[in-house]
Ligand binder design. Structure first.
Ligand SMILES: [Zn+2]
Length: 654
C-alpha cells in the first residue's frame, strides 16, 4: 500500500481538533483543563473519558483507550489507518492523494482495483450508448420526458444500457477484462443452460452508484417503459454492498451541510439536487439500514427522512424508525438528530417541487418533525376516527411501543406526558409502561407484531366490507368511492354499527315515504344523508335508499329488501332489525307525529355528531404544527357552532 504523505497527516491532525472530532460522538463537559464525557468504547454511567484539547488527545480512565483524532476514528468507525485519514480529510477539507492499491502485491486489493476500473469503463460504455445518435434515442427521449437536462445527466454520469445481451461483455473483453472480473462486478448474469455470462442490464437508463469517495461501485437501471422491475440494481459484489452505501453521498458531502436529506429513490435524489437541495442522498435498498445511518452520522448532525406517502411507505417509516432508535440506544457513540418530513398531498418530493417550486419545498424540509413528535402524531392519527374519536386502547399500545424505542430519557418522558393527556392517565403510569417495554426486547417485538397483524386485519376487513357493501348502481357509489380514497391512508375497521336513534331515524324515513320529498313538510336540509350515520352499513343503506326514492311513491320495501340482505347491522341481519323498526314506525297515528319523530331523531343525531367532530378538532388543534393549521381548525369550529345553534333552534320549534 502506498504511503500517505506525512504533511497530509500533519495537516489533518491540525485541522481535525480532538474536541470537535470526539464531540461528534460524545457529549463533553469542561472540568478543569480537560473535557469529560461517557466513554463510547465501554459501558459506563459516570464519565471517565477525557479529552485534552491542548495535547490534542483523548484518554479513557476506564478502558484505557486513548490516542489522537485518527486513532479515535479508527476505533469509532472500525476503519484502518488510511481509511480514517481519508475520512477526516473529507470532513475537514484536506485533500488526501489516492494511494490505494499502489501495488504492494496484495492480490485482494489488486482484484478490487481491477473491478473498480472495470466499473468505470462500464460507465463510459453506458454514457457512450446514451449519446449514440441511433442507439441512445429511446433513453434520450425518456430523459427528456423526465426533464433531465444535459447538465444533470452529465453530473450524475447517467447512461444507457442497449438492448443487446452481450454488448457490454464484448466491449469489456476488448478492453482486456476477464470473465471472472466481469462476474465480480455484479453487472452480469450467468446462463443456467450454457454457463455463459450475459449483460444484467438491457434497455435501461443507467445510474452509476458511487461510494462516498466518488468511486463507481455499482449501477442502478431504470426501465424506460412499464417493464418490470421498474428499478434494477447491480447485485452485491466484491466492491458493493447496498446496505453500506447511500446514493449521491459523494456529492452531498461536499455541501458540508449539517443536515442530510434521505429520500427513497435515486430519481428523487437527482430531482432534489437539481432543485438546489444538494445535501440529499437516497437509500439503495428497500429499507434503510443501521450502516447507512452510521454513514450519515459521519457527515452530518441531522437527518431528514422522506418516506413514501402510500401504505407501504408509511409502514416502512415505522420499521426504519424502530431500527434507528434501537440502534442509537445500543450505541451511545453516535449522535444524530432524526427528523421525518411529510410532503403535502401524498406527493413524492420530485412531484411536489415541480408543482410548487423549491421555496415551498424548503418549507416542507423546515417543517419536518423530530422523530419523537412524528411518532406521537402517528400514534394519534393512526388510531383516530372523525366519528368515533380516538381509540384509546390502540393509541396506548402504539404510543407506549414508540416511546420504548426512544433512548433519550427526557424525550421519552416528554412523550409520556403528551400521551397521558390524550389517555387521561398519569404521565408516570405511561412512562412506566414505556420503560418496561424498553427493558424487554421480546415484549417490544411481540407488541409490534401484534399491532401490525391487527392493522392488517383491519385493512382486510375494510377491503372486504367495501367489496361486499351495497353496490346497487355505480353512480350511487361514486361519492363513497371518493371518500374511501381520501381516507385510505387511515386504517380503521369498516363497521356495521348503528345506534338505536339511527335505526329509528332510518325506519321513520322509510315510513314517511313521499312526505320526505314534500318540502312544505320537510325542508331539504332535513332530508337524511349518509353522513348522518356513523357505521358503513347504514351509510350504504341510506345511499341506496336515496337512489331508489321516488317523490310520488317513496321507496318500495321490496326494492330495499334487496339491499338489506347484503349487510349486517350491529352483527345481525339488517332485514330483521329494519323490518321490525319500520313496522313500529308505520304504527304512528298520523303524518305529523311521524314527521316529528323523524325530525327529533335527525336533530339529536346531528347534534351528537357535531359534538364528536368538535371534540376531535379540539384535540387535533392541540397537535397542530403551525398557526395556519390552527387557524383552519378554528374556522371549522366556528362553522360548527353556528350549525349547532341552527339545529337547536329547530329542536325548540318541534
Ligand atoms: Zn472507556
Amino acid at each position: 500500500m502506498g504511503l500517505i504523505p506525512e504533511n497530509v497527516i500533519d495537516e489533518i491532525l491540525l485541522k481535525a481538533d480532538i474536541e470537535s472530532v470526539v464531540g461528534r460522538y460524545v457529549s463533553l463537559k469542561r472540568k478543569g483543563a480537560n473535557l469529560w464525557g461517557l466513554c463510547p468504547f465501554h459501558h459506563e454511567k459516570t464519565p471517565s473519558f477525557s479529552v485534552n484539547p491542548s495535547k490534542n488527545i483523548y484518554m479513557c480512565f476506564g478502558c484505557h483507550k486513548g490516542g489522537n483524532a485518527i486513532n479515535f476514528i479508527m476505533e469509532m468507525e472500525h476503519m484502518n489507518y488510511p481509511e480514517a485519514i481519508r475520512f477526516l480529510g473529507d470532513l475537514y477539507g484536506v485533500e488526501v492523494p489516492d494511494t490505494r492499491g499502489d501495488s504492494n502485491g496484495d492480490s485482494g486489493r489488486e482484484k478490487i482495483k481491477r473491478v473498480k476500473s472495470l466499473l468505470t469503463e462500464t460507465a463510459k460504455f453506458y454514457y457512450k450508448q446514451f449519446n449514440d445518435p441511433e442507439i441512445g434515442v429511446p433513453a434520450r427521449k425518456y430523459a427528456e420526458k423526465r426533464a433531465l437536462d444535459k447538465q444533470t445527466l452529465d453530473h450524475f454520469g447517467i447512461g444507457y444500457s442497449p438492448l443487446d445481451w452481450d454488448a457490454l461483455r464484448e466491449y469489456l473483453e476488448e478492453k482486456g477484462y476477464t470473465e471472472q472480473e466481469m462476474v465480480d462486478s455484479g453487472n452480469f448474469k450467468k446462463s443456467e443452460k450454457n454457463g455463459k455470462i450475459f449483460d444484467r442490464f438491457r434497455g435501461r437508463l443507467m445510474f452509476p452508484i458511487f461510494d462516498s469517495f466518488g468511486n463507481i461501485i455499482a449501477f442502478g437501471g431504470r426501465a424506460l417503459g412499464d417493464e418490470s422491475p421498474k428499478y434494477l440494481n447491480s447485485s452485491d459484489s466484491l466492491v458493493y454492498n447496498k446496505q453500506n452505501h447511500l446514493y449521491a453521498l459523494n456529492f452531498a458531502k461536499k455541501e458540508q451541510s449539517k443536515q442530510l436529506i434521505v429520500v427513497e429513490g435515486y430519481m428523487d435524489a437527482i430531482a432534489m439536487h437539481r432543485a438546489g437541495f444538494r445535501n440529499t442522498v437516497a437509500a439503495l435498498g428497500t429499507s434503510f439500514t443501521d450502516s447507512q445511518l452510521k454513514l450519515c452520522a459521519r457527515y452530518c448532525e441531522e437527518v431528514v427522512f422522506f418516506f413514501d406517502a402510500d401504505g407501504a411507505g408509511q409502514k416502512a417509516a415505522i420499521r426504519a424508525i424502530k431500527m434507528m432508535l434501537e440502534y442509537l440506544s445500543k450505541l451511545s457513540g453516535i449522535k444524530i438528530r432524526i427528523k421525518i418530513a411529510k410532503v403535502p398531498d401524498g406527493k413524492d418530493p420530485d412531484e411536489y417541487i415541480r408543482a410548487n417550486g423549491a421555496e415551498k419545498f424548503a418549507e416542507v424540509v423546515r417543517n419536518a418533525l423530530y422523530v419523537e413528535d412524528y411518532l406521537l402524531e402517528r400514534a394519534y392519527n393512526d388510531n383516530f376516527d372523525e366519528v368515533k374519536g380516538i381509540d384509546k386502547g390502540r393509541y396506548q399500545d402504539d404510543v407506549c411501543l414508540y416511546g420504548s424505542w426512544v433512548p433519550d430519557e427526557i424525550k421519552r418522558s416528554t412523550m409520556a406526558n403528551e400521551a397521558a393527556k390524550v389517555l387521561g392517565a398519569t404521565p408516570g403510569a405511561v412512562l412506566n409502561r414505556m420503560n418496561s417495554l424498553a427493558d424487554s426486547e421480546g415484549a417490544r417485538d411481540n407488541l409490534m407484531q401484534a399491532r401490525e397483524i391487527a392493522r392488517q386485519k383491519e385493512n382486510d376487513l375494510r377491503n372486504r366490507n367495501a367489496a361486499a357493501s351495497v353496490r346497487p348502481d355505480e353512480d350511487l357509489n361514486a361519492e363513497h368511492a371518493d371518500e374511501s380514497s381520501v381516507e385510505s391512508e387511515k386504517t380503521y375497521a369498516v363497521n356495521d354499527t348503528a345506534t338505536e336513534d339511527e335505526i329509528k331515524l332510518f325506519a321513520y324515513a322509510m315510513s314517511l315515504g313521499p312526505v320526505l320529498a314534500d318540502q312544505k313538510q320537510i325542508a331539504i336540509e332535513d332530508v337524511l344523508r349518509p353522513d348522518d350515520f356513523s357505521g358503513d352499513s347504514m351509510k350504504a343503506l341510506v345511499k341506496s335508499f336515496l337512489s331508489v326514492f321516488d317523490a310520488k311513491r317513496g321507496v318500495s320495501y321490496a326494492r330495499m329488501s334487496d339491499f338489506f340482505s347484503r349487510v349486517t347491522i350491529n352483527g345481525s341481519a339488517a332485514e330483521d332489525i329494519l323490518y321490525r323498526e319500520c313496522t313500529k314506525a308505520d304504527l304512528a297515528e298520523d303524518v305529523k307525529v311521524k314527521r316529528d319523530y323523524y325530525l327529533g331523531y335527525l336533530y339529536k343525531i346531528r347534534i351528537i355528531r357535531v359534538k364528536a367532530i368538535e371534540e376531535a378538532l379540539i384535540t387535533r388543534r392541540m397537535y397542530a404544527s403551525s398557526q395556519e393549521e390552527r387557524d383552519e381548525i378554528d374556522g371549522k369550529l366556528s362553522n360548527l357552532s353556528e350549525y349547532k345553534l341552527k339545529i337547536r333552534t329547530k329542536i325548540e320549534g318541534l
